[in-house]
Design a protein around this ligand. Structure first.
Ligand SMILES: [Fe+2]
Ligand SMILES: [Fe+2]
Length: 387
């Protein structure tokens, strides 16, 4: 699946602008494809292997292998998840192989997450009582009203579920930006970043309203969020390293992917109301991605090498995630899938393919062009590609 070329090009130029126009131009001219995805080796259902050379010595221990296999951040790039490593390594033809327990990956969550103690948090849905439908929009007359005429009951149900899931994630992004603004304040960030964080939180309120409105329209009754589960004290980032790591994960990766996914959804959306909503969301997400890259650049400028190293680790994890088995091929959008895509629903297989493309074609090339990450050569301290 190809990303929208013009949106991708514009986004790359924006993300690199903090490094000056020459860096953006160099990337766009020299590497229009911006790299590519590493190929995953074939693997049997319950056995997974690392390519391994004799010069590297013994295979990784079971615990080390799990660290290498596991998804460090939910990058939404594979439809399987390795939840445990059950055996020590066995050598096979230049590889170290392990028996592993594999489970289907959770559904893709796209956008800036609100994470506490390593867990993404979203609210539960409930009948809307708190004004989370866009004003004059939703299931009622006027405003944001998609056409329901050609949809079956089953398609309406799928669209209601899909838009509700994304609305709940957008709703959680409001909290994520609220905390991010506090993080910035606590670490003495420039006013431009603090201002942009608050504007982004308001954007996310708008995205959530659009999502709940569309979900309500497809469902035929108003639906909104219950309270967002939150402890009494929400911790702010302890230091610049923590701030930059979170900005890299949630923003440079999460929001950049979200912008490209929204642009792809918009490109396929036929319904005018859905198209208008996605147009606004894609533009906002691109701005949020830009904010994250600017934040990381600022944090490195102030905090130096420890911050740079933490940020590089995030991009390295993203690069590593691309070596995981790719998801099953997405069905071409015909019949039911085309009807759903016309209303902004792409499905998990397409989202995973898009996420992979966004990492390979935008996130990692931009990180490389900005000097934030470079592919790590095989050495004795790191495992090579997992398959
Ligand atoms: Fe959003
Ligand atoms: Fe966002």
């Amino acid at each position: 699946m190809l990303l929208d070329r013009s949106f991708r090009r514009t986004l790359i130029a924006r993300l690199l602008s903090s490094a000056g126009p020459s860096a953006a131009a160099a990337l766009l001219v020299a590497a229009p494809g911006c790299g590519g995805e590493p190929e995953a080796d074939e693997a049997a259902a319950e056995t997974r292997c690392f390519e391994w050379f004799d010069e590297l010595g013994a295979c990784l221990s079971r615990e080390q292998a799990f660290e290498e296999f596991r998804t460090i951040h939910p990058f939404c790039v594979s439809d399987e998840e390795i939840v445990s490593v059950e055996s020590e390594a066995t050598r096979r033809d230049g590889a170290c192989c392990y028996e592993v327990i594999v489970e289907p990956a959770s559904p893709c969550a796209v956008g800036r997450p609100f994470s506490l103690e390593g867990q993404r948090r979203t609210a539960a849905p409930r009948p809307d009582e708190a004004g989370w439908l866009a004003r004059g929009q939703g299931a009622g007359p006027g405003g944001l009203q998609p056409s329901l005429a050609d949809l079956t009951d089953e398609e309406r149900e799928t669209l209601a579920e899909g838009w509700l899931r994304s609305a709940l994630e957008e709703h959680a992004s409001v909290a994520s930006f609220a905390r991010f603004a506090l993080d910035l304040m606590a670490l003495g960030a420039p006013s431009s970043l603090v201002e942009a964080a608050h504007i982004a939180a308001l954007d996310e309120v708008g995205h959530a309203r659009l999502g709940f409105s569309l979900a309500s329209a497809y469902r035929g009754e108003p639906v909104g969020p219950a309270a967002l589960p939150m402890p009494r004290g929400v911790p702010v980032a302890a230091d610049l390293v923590a701030l930059a790591r979170a900005a890299a994960e949630e923003g440079c990766v999460g929001e950049t992917v979200a912008a490209l996914v929204a642009a792809e959804q918009r490109a396929r959306a036929v319904d005018p109301a859905v198209g208008a909503a996605l147009e606004a969301i894609a533009d906002d997400e691109a701005r949020h991605a830009e904010l994250a890259w600017l934040t990381v650049t600022w944090a490195i400028g102030v905090g130096g090498e420890p911050v740079r190293s933490a940020v590089a680790d995030v991009f390295e994890a993203a690069a590593k995630s691309l070596r995981r088995p790719p998801p099953a091929e997405a069905e071409p959008p015909r019949g039911r899938a085309a009807a759903l895509a016309a209303h902004g629903h792409l499905g998990d297989a397409a989202l995973r393919a898009l996420s992979r493309a966004a990492l390979a074609q935008v996130v990692l090339p931009c990180a490389r062009a900005l000097g934030l990450w470079r592919p790590r050569d095989l050495d004795s301290t790191r495992a090579p590609a997992a398959s």
